[in-house]
Design a protein around this ligand. Sequence first.
Ligand code: GLC
Ligand code: CA
Length: 560
Amino acid sequence: MEKRWWQEAVVYQIYCKSFCDTNGDGIGDLRGVRSKLPMLKELGINCIWFNPIYRSPQVDNGYDISDYQDIDPTYGTLDEFRELLAEAHTMGIRVIMDLVLNHTSNQHRWFQESRKSKDNPYRNYYIWRAPKEDGKEPNNWGNYFYEGKGSAWQFDELTGEYYLHNYSWQMPDVNWEYEPLRQEMYRMMRWWLDMGVDGFRLDAINRLKKPEGLPDSKKPPAPPVGIYGYVVDRAICTNVPGIHELLRNINKNVWSKYDCMTVGECGNLSSDGALDYISQGNKEIDMLFHFEIGKNPDIITVREYKQTQQRWIDLMKHNAWITQFLTNHDSPRQVSRFGNDREYRVPSAKLLATLTHTMPGTPFVYQGEEIGMTNVYFDTIEDYNERYTVGKYWTMIEAGEDPETALGKLRDMSRDNARTPYQWSDDENAGFSTGKPWIRVNPRYREINYRADRDSKDSIFDYYKRLIALRLSCPAIIDGDFRFLLMDHPQIVMYLRSCARQTLLVAVNFSDDEVPVQFPEELDGFVWERLLTNLDGSTPVMDRRDVWMPWEAEIYQMIG
Ligand code: GLC
Ligand code: CA
């Protein structure tokens, strides 16, 4: 595969709203980000992904964009963004923007025009349909945020028609069938790229194409919204034939003209359908995020982790590149979900990072994971903010669930786990803001915070630093071969990374237990130097202990 800069990127995802507040309004801002650039530089990342910071009513924290070509005033100004961009570039840090092409805010000028009349020039920018004969919604689709009674259609009295919103009713889906809309989106993307941004994370990108005729979902209506007859079917608008042509057109008109990186969020996509999107020859997108790791939150097994990784890594043989991440702003905290956020918080946080940064593909760090931030457990729904948790909670209550049980079912996976303020110190509000934060701080901030971590001899941040530096200096990690050893082991993840110049062995005990390990015979007869470990007091070379400590992680290099 032809070498591109983003294959050597280590991307740091910034959820600006919760990163660093400099004016005491309780909301993170661009100045806050700018003040932390030296810290990011020290960490060693070389690319930032900004969650949406465009002008927005913040119904979905910025994924509801009302002006694609402006910065939300709570975050700063366009000029401040330009300055930040220039400063980041000077420091060798690229910047990619989160781009929402599937929907806009209902406050966007296009939508304001669109709803005015059936013959408004912007009418077809969105997806309007007449009611059925009985006045009902055009089909049985449910919205993903469980809003209202659950329909994906909102009636607008002004013209007596419904518009489609797969997410919130305040986030109408746009109509990619309509050429003027496409042109407008192309122009907008070029404007950002011309300004100097280095690419895009593409929100819900495999959902731009809707199925012909917008047919009913055949899935049976399931509670909670099933009680109203709607069906939340995330698959029906996903990977619809025609999506690839649509993406190739964007690529041809926009992305191909710049040395930019594109990474698409692709829910409901298995490795089977992925190559069409990311095979470089197809000229669609460069990389994608899939959600197959931990797909079933109740049974996350180490074997599944390995099998899933193997399937995706196999795609790389076909002129394609993949991503590595275990969390983002829509997921629980990785140390809580995959690690042990109590007695083994520190080693398990390091272990997870070890995997992400030494597997094939471009690694993504989500803010706070580098200090081992954990899930939050709020006691009442009032403390939760994000639309999905809140919408689903109230729909469950309507369907007869008791509050305790409803919250119990939602807490572990709530997107707010990742969205509480960055814990900078054990000062008030975790040092995030001098005012009242827009969402409650995780009560564990006194124990878990940046300052405490940096002061600890067991610092997670420090481990990330060494890991990232190691990655960037090891050709075997960036584009070497990959092979799992002990594939069927239920707790150990072990693999070789090798290129002409170097052979590395990564081995971790992905469990709470002390695990006896028999090293595969093929490793015998070589000397293995220890490059990195999350265990204290280890020897400089591999010692073939037969018991591995809980959450132990090691990286070795073959030296002879
Ligand atoms: C993506 C975003 C998520 C947002 C949704 C709607 O899944 O990651 O945060 O709510 O799209 O834009
Ligand atoms: Ca602020």
